[in-house]
Design a protein around this ligand. Structure first.
Ligand SMILES: [Zn+2]
Length: 812
């Protein structure tokens, strides 16, 4: 599963209580699933599913005479065992069936259940009040909302597939499957495996028969129903399909078109050819997470559907596409045996984005992505959380930045410790040994040890079964008589063991050293000729570490110019931009970064360029103009136009107006913002001429302008975007703009804006309930009520009623 990163970070930090959590073992295996056959149709009027299930099982080891299945909020009509009516007990979301005799291991039996699934009535076990994940979701089932297509889709992870079919809903079970789905003729369907047949029932409905012979875990079952365009692609003769809303059919391949190449890449990398029948991806409305790796039927949230103008700038969803695909090896083929070991699914899926970027776009993009992931972990205050965590409050808590981002950084370190060949061959062995089965993290260690011949307990004990990360201060002692430098590494809080790469740069070249750090205080002495220009600690940038060093500006400038890694340049530049006002060399280095081979460095330099310094800026501006017109990346051109806008020079008006002719939304957005500085009326006229559709996509730029305009009539538009801008973007500047907008709306007397904001709170609160967004939403609505009470708004009583009605919907 791919989560909504920003929300996870914020809310897990608020609600996490790491201590005193119960031990959460792997589910005991009493019976093993073998095969699941389902016949279902949908009651759109009641948001229910009518189902028949044939579940074939066998005892895991000990003889048994009954079986207990998970079945949440069902109405059970009939139960049979091997075609004979059977006694059963159904209570507290569990269906226990008497088998009528003892079955031994290896002896198979089939239970038949005729049932109605009622997802709207699902509650947590033992509690009638606490709503749980529904498993089966009906979107606008009665076709009441003209803005929304009618859809049905499912979300199994973690244990919600048992909301729509009876099963043993644990990740350590595996079953093959057949599903007969009867739907209105106008809908298409998607499920796991292959579509074997479609039969018209001559009553306006059709029955689609989907079948998958390979076994997978119940949480990976999927059904999707709706009016989708299906765009066909292929890989090695296997079907690769993209299900999108008809409006996006023409860009489906711009969004998903790298999928076949990714399948080839991951097949080659793991040494295991893509092991499933087909690969489909579907984009659904109101999805409750980011995306989900249902075997051969991946679901994506609607953010995946981007416009051409966004895709020209950057396909924001490409990483998620890689993530879900790589789960088809790590997660779907070899599945975590328990949620405590979730890392064997999620750290690999997260690391796949690095691997794909490294292969497809080069090391800079991969490193930039890894840097963001590590920042997400560091900002989450998760240092006390262990990667393989057997003590947790709720299984959903495992889907956090530790399982995802930290796990990903740990794999990157492990790859460095072992070397590429041993690392990837070890993964191949792990996958081969456990394919169509389950594993825990120790089995990963054993496979890597077998292949490499190395002991890895030290690594796994500190990174998989211990918490935190490396924190150390670095100091240097120079000895001019002996011509040596001693590098001192002093670890704080915890003592980690790790290999460390150190590059020492002198006037004419560098020397690279590898040392082993295993004490709290460590000193390493190296020969030097002269005072080094730079000592680069963790020169390979592979460690999950925070080093505190005292580098000078000269060191950083040297580092930017000479050290090869993306982070050498990026981290140096972060410091150098702080000195450009009064240091010519610093300013020159920022300008030099305009020519960096990697576009994110160019954008960073432009975004942070200070033109209000004491040096001559004519040459610099000429360079910015060039970038604004010629850079191959639209994001760089947009950033350059942003710089020129700050100059408030009417001569740039034609350049900004040309920006509007571009297809790139980034260019149009930044041209609007820049034109606004020199011609407010023309900008507003331009905004008014844009279609509602493009306005939606340019909401960030337009909101920035509306805020400056202080135009109250635009508050309803801003209110529609403010929560997304505050919580679902990762750009701090965007967050700040919307933070201001939020305050403006909260204090305003604009009824439509308050209504829009409240509705958005309710929508996102319910949608992202499992990230505690509902609690956060109630809290914030409450704050707005308080803010309104302090105002002199004449209609504040009416506005407070709107806010409180929203809060009530979230508490329901
Ligand atoms: Zn995932």
């Amino acid at each position: 599963m791919k989560k909504i990163v920003f929300l996870v970070v914020i809310f897990f930090a608020f609600f996490a209580n790491a201590q005193n959590n119960p031990y959460q073992p792997e589910r005991e295996k009493i019976n093993d699933l073998i095969h699941t056959k389902l016949k279902v149709d949908f009651n759109f009027e009641k948001s229910q599913l009518n189902g028949e299930a044939w579940i074939t099982l066998t005892p895991h080891f000990y003889p048994i005479n009954k079986v207990t299945l998970d079945a949440k909020a069902f109405k059970i009509n009939e139960v049979k065992v091997n075609n004979t009516k059977a006694a059963f007990n159904y209570s507290d979301n569990e269906l226990t069936i008497e088998l009528g005799k003892n079955y031994k291991k290896g002896e198979e039996y089939t239970v038949y259940i005729n049932y109605i699934a009622r997802p709207e009535e699902v509650t947590q076990k033992g509690s009638a009040n606490i709503k749980e994940a529904k498993g089966l979701y009906f979107i606008d089932p009665k076709e009441e909302d003209p803005e929304k297509p009618t859809q049905v889709w499912t979300q199994g992870e973690t244990e919600a597939s048992s909301c729509w079919f009876p099963t043993i809903d644990a990740p350590n079970q595996k079953t093959s499957q057949e599903i007969y789905m009867t739907v209105p003729e106008k809908f298409v369907t998607l499920s796991n495996g292959t579509l074997e047949s479609q039969t018209s029932n001559n009553n306006g409905t059709r029955t689609d028969y989907w079948k998958m012979d390979e076994k997978h875990a119940p949480y990976l079952f999927f059904m999707g129903v709706g009016e989708f365009s299906i765009i066909n692609d292929s890989w090695n003769g296997k079907k690769v399909d993209y299900y999108v809303e008809p409006e996006y059919a023409s860009v489906a391949k711009d969004i998903f078109g790298n999928t076949p190449e990714m399948i080839t890449f991951f097949s080659d990398l793991t040494g295991i050819q893509y092991p499933w029948d087909k690969y489909s991806q579907i984009v659904v409305r109101d999805y409750v997470s980011g995306a989900m790796e249902n075997t051969t039927a991946v679901v994506h949230a609607e953010n995946a559907q981007q416009k051409k103008g966004q895709l020209i700038d950057n396909n924001e969803w490409e990483g998620t596409i890689a993530h879900e695909l790589f789960h088809h090896w790590f997660g779907d083929l070899v599945t975590t045996e328990s949620w405590a070991n979730l890392t064997v699914n999620e750290s690999f899926a997260t690391y796949s984005v690095y691997l794909w970027y490294e292969y497809k776009y080069g090391k800079d993009k991969a490193a930039a992505h890894m840097y963001e992931d590590i920042q997400t972990y560091l900002e989450s205050e998760s240092e006390d959380k262990i990667l393989v965590r057997f003590n947790y409050h709720d299984k959903e808590d495992m889907f956090d930045t530790v399982s995802y981002h930290k796990g990903n950084a740990i794999l990157h370190m492990l790859r460095d410790v072992l070397g590429d060949a041993a690392f990837f061959q070890g993964l191949q062995k792990y996958l081969n040994d456990h394919k169509f089965g389950t594993a825990e993290a120790h089995e990963l260690r054993l496979a890597l040890e077998k292949v490499s011949g190395k002991d890895l307990n030290w690594f796994f004990n500190q990174w998989y079964y211990g918490s935190g990360h490396i924190k150390a201060t670095v100091t240097y002692d120079y000895n001019t008589i002996n011509k040596t430098v001693t590098v001192n590494i002093n670890q704080q809080e915890k003592t980690f063991t790790f290999p460390l790469s150190i590059d020492i740069y002198e006037e004419n070249g560098k020397t690279s050293h590898n040392v082993w750090v295993d004490n709290t205080q460590n000193s390493f002495t190296f020969p030097i000729n002269k005072m080094p220009k730079l000592i680069n600690i963790d020169a390979k940038h592979v460690l999950l570490a925070e080093f505190t060093e005292n580098k000078t500006l000269d060191n950083f400038i040297f580092q930017f110019n000479n050290a090869p890694h993306y982070l050498d340049r990026r981290l140096a530049l972060e410091e150098i931009v702080k000195h450009q006002k009064d240091n010519k060399e610093a300013l020159n280095t920022v300008v030099k970064a305009f020519n960096d081979p990697y576009y994110e460095i160019r954008v960073f330099a432009l975004d942070n360029l200070d033109l209000f310094q004491k040096y001559n800026k004519r040459d610099i501006i000429a360079k910015v103009e060039k970038l604004a017109q010629n850079d191959e990346k639209t994001l760089v051109r947009a950033a350059a136009i942003g710089v020129l806008g700050k100059l408030v020079e009417p001569i740039y008006k034609p350049l900004f107006e040309r920006g509007f002719e571009s297809e790139s939304y980034a260019l149009i957005g930044s041209s609007l913002t820049s034109l606004y500085q020199i011609d407010k009326e023309a900008t507003i006229a331009k905004i008014n001429s844009l279609s509602a559709d493009i306005k939606e996509s340019l909401a960030d730029a337009i909101t920035t302008i509306y805020i400056q305009e202080k135009d109250k009539t635009k508050l309803p538009f801003i209110a529609n975007h403010v929560l997304k801008g505050m919580f679902l973007t990762q750009n701090p500047r965007t967050q700040q703009v919307y933070g201001e907008a939020f305050k403006w709306i909260a204090e305003s007397d604009n009824k439509e804006a308050i209504e829009n904001l409240t509705n958005d709170f309710v929508k996102l609160g319910l949608q992202y309930k499992k990230y505690n967004f509902d609690k956060m939403a109630i809290n914030m609505l409450n704050q707005i009520v308080y803010m309104q009470q302090q105002t002199t708004n004449t209609n504040k009583e009416e506005l407070i009623v709107i806010l409180k009605t929203g809060m009530a919907k979230l508490i329901e």
